[in-house]
Ligand binder design. Structure first.
Ligand code: SF4
Ligand code: SF4
Length: 382
């Protein structure tokens, strides 16, 4: 495996230390992207957690109760214009109850995961025999505090669920991996010292990419096919489904950057708009807005961007005119790429790579400020 590197964090960004709930949005917007079709008509009443759109495989659920008022245009998802189902909130939060039972064996867990109907979460749990179960507290993107807030606000619930999942999988080892510089999570863990004798804590160096299972397992010398790696939010979703018989309809989103004085983590209804998220946020004029991180995120140009399960953060940054310069043929991008891709060569030949994991390291190290990642993603319009 290639040697992983530590990335420098900009000194002018303040980490959020506050979390705020934002559940009282007037409207939500269910994005009709990737062949999604509505399952409801204009005028229909919907309950919270009701299925309202599908692409045949995946369902999208309403995060509020209310009324379908229109199929509207002019909304954005990942900065691309899309249509969306507009649902007006009646603030009654009538819930549809899932039929789940408490987890006692693997079948119960699988049934619960099906009911949660969360593609990414289910994928993480597709694993055969589990020798090692890891709760990984690493987040690669600097300043995104969602997982830390999930953990410090719900530590007991998350640790109980970790213990339970370990028993269900009959894992011989249960570990919590944490950055050795992460004082917030380490402090939370100290509070539980001795309460879970079968859970061990592993402090690791703050190296980029250790959030990802493949790199974490390789770094720790573990067989990735016999290791289950989960995040605090995964365990929180399982705990929440066991307790409330449904999945959470809200999502933590970090708002941070060097052009805002109000860094915060907001717990917001899914399918709200970035406009709702920005309510009460102070920022300077001449800002640019980057969704999901400085290393791997992309700019958004409209606050009509829909917040969905993949929205992790909004960075409010000073606009900096960084001009791409000519390639120096220094080889730094090739040297740093964890997938052994030659990004410059691919860019010159105008080809994208399926092996690229979109980690952003090639762009990060380039002394000529060439945005190699953008070319490898096939995104020439950014
Ligand atoms: S973004 Fe892709 S090409 Fe660039 S370093 Fe990461 S894996 Fe390699
Ligand atoms: S890091 Fe930048 S300057 Fe160096 S070879 Fe790659 S593209 Fe060229």
């Amino acid at each position: 495996m290639k040697k992983l590197i530590r990335i420098d964090k900009p000194k002018d960004i303040v980490v959020p230390t506050e979390k705020k709930e934002l559940y009282d949005v007037d409207y939500i917007y269910i994005p009709l992207h990737k062949n999604f079709k509505p399952l409801v008509d204009i005028g229909d009443s919907v309950s919270m957690s009701q299925k309202v759109a599908t692409n045949g495989d995946v369902y999208l659920y309403s995060s509020i109760s209310g009324k379908v008022v229109s199929i509207c245009e002019g909304l954005y998802h990942n900065n691309k214009k899309i249509k969306a189902i507009r649902i007006e909130n009646n603030f009654k939060e009538k819930k549809v109850r899932f039929d789940v039972r408490e987890i006692k064996k693997l079948d119960d867990l699988n049934r619960l995961l099906n009911n949660i109907d969360d593609e990414q979460l289910s994928k993480r749990f597709v694993v055969g025999k589990v020798d090692t179960l890891i709760l990984n507290l690493f987040v690669d993107e600097p300043f995104i505090m969602n997982e830390t807030f999930y953990f410090i606000n719900n530590s007991a619930e998350i640790l109980d669920t970790l213990d339970l999942v370990g028993k269900v999988y009959k894992a011989s080892k249960i570990l919590i991996t944490v950055k050795n510089v992460d004082s917030s999570n380490i402090t939370s863990l100290i509070d539980f010292n001795g309460m879970y004798p079968n859970i061990q804590i592993k402090l690791l160096d703050d190296l980029y990419l250790l959030e990802r299972k493949d790199f974490l397992c390789a770094h720790m010398g573990l067989d990735k096919n016999r290791t289950l790696v989960v995040k605090p939010s995964d365990l929180y979703k399982i705990y929440y489904a066991m307790k409330y018989k449904r999945k959470p309809n809200t999502k933590y989103v970090t708002i941070v950057g060097n052009n805002t004085s109000t860094p915060i983590v907001k717990d917001i209804k899914l399918y709200s708009l970035a406009l709702d998220l920005m309510n009460g946020i102070k920022y300077e004029t001449g800002s640019q807005f980057i969704k999901n991180g400085l290393m791997t995120g992309s700019k958004i140009t409209s606050f009509n961007e829909i917040i969905d399960g993949n929205t992790e953060a909004l960075f409010i940054m000073k606009k900096e005119e960084v001009k791409e310069q000519k390639c120096l043929y220094c080889g730094a991008c090739l040297e740093v790429c964890p997938m052994r891709i030659d990004p410059k060569r691919l860019m010159d030949h105008k080809i994208t790579s399926k092996r690229c994991i979109d980690c952003g390291l090639c762009s990060y190290v380039c002394p000529s400020f060439i945005n190699l990642r953008k070319y490898l993603k096939g995104d020439k319009n950014e």
